[in-house]
Write a protein that binds this ligand. Sequence first.
Ligand code: GLU
Length: 473
Amino acid sequence: MNAEQQGKKFLASVAHYFDKAAALTPHPEGLLNQIKICNSVYSFQFPIRTGDGYKTITAWRAEHSHHKLPVKGGIRYSEEASADEVVALASLMTYKCAVVDVPFGGAKGAVKINPKDHSRSELEQITRRYTAELIKKNFIGPAIDVPAPDYGTGAREMSWIADTYLAFHPEQIDALGCVTGKTVSQGGIRGRNEATGLGVFYGLREVCDNAEDMKEIGLEKGIEGKTVVVQGLGNVGYHAAKFCQEGGARIIAFAEYEGAIYDENGINLEDLMHHRKETGSILNFPNAKNLDRREDALEIECDILIPAALENQITAENAPRVKAKIIGEGANGPITANAEDILQEKGIMVVPDIYLNAGGVTVSYFEWLKNLSHVRFGRMEKRFEQGTFDRLLQLIEKETGRKLTREERNLVARGADEADLVYSGLEETMISSYQQIREILKQKKEVGTLRTAAFINALNKIAVCYAELGIFP
Ligand code: GLU
């Protein structure tokens, strides 16, 4: 299947999920259609100079819904990008933001390149030119449209975008809020880099902490001791694996571009990253078995499967062979609509992307707030809080006549810094958003899946925005 066909399939899956949920809401058809369609897509071409002459680059930015502004979503650098893929991803951003109560509409961008085929200076040229094209058409700005990292991009690209935007708009005091996921020195926030993977962990931990739900799928309560398989060792997969491992789960298999490995006793992530750096591959890792095909990892018996690579990975073809009890969607759209029905019949619990990988955009929201307020979170109150706790402890010592040890004192007398607040805000978001979805799932039998519940939750929240404006009341 070529990139265009993959994109079409992805868009059809999202439409299917939307329709399924929409049918269970009381909203009028006109309103549902307004929410479903993509408001604007900017598709453009530009030339770049490479080592062997000029090359034309194809790129997009889709703004799916303007019910809240700015619109928000990553920029992907991928040879497999297509217009339909960008639209599908932009629409997922709309629903994702609604699910986690982040006050943005959804957007997504893509540049059709393989970043590995370009030098650093070419990538800089592409990124700056892409930004300039967005500026020309008013498709970027802190109040308009705020990109972020996605597949194939990271903090470096986001900092180039911010720098380019600032060069065009030196008079805009909030200009740094035009993009998130920047390096900390360029106005980024601590915790953004690991945010999506950390959110995946917080979400899965919350799912596993419900004894009743776990019993239904034959599992014990708690993430500790669960066996996990991770597809993709990019930013999301790596951090999801890292936090799951730290949380006591056992990662028994990893899949990457070059292949997949399995060890039922568990694979240490940091040792594996070291091995990959040394040898250029995850294969032939000590004690682990190389699997025949990288896709085989998806079919391993495990408690939790985390697809954290690209869309359309679990399809009607391989879904019957999936043996995980829980699938946590780290990637956007890894399960096709046909596969979803098969998984549901098999009783596999799918924790959907529009909830589970929303940690990235949640912390992007915190970064944007930081940029608009021009002050680091915790800067004003950290010392003050510490002083208050200190005085309280002194009173306790005086009243009890016992001197606290330094460790005991440090445990309590501590003010929150930026990273503490970001982690705490993300944890709260992932817990409370899950409770909302679970509630909807439990209310009506017809809802059936966490995905449909998440879509219903998003649709209801977006519908309120339109209704309050008197549009489609
Ligand atoms: N690209 C990420 C996503 O798919 C993050 C988007 C953002 O931070 O705006 O959710």
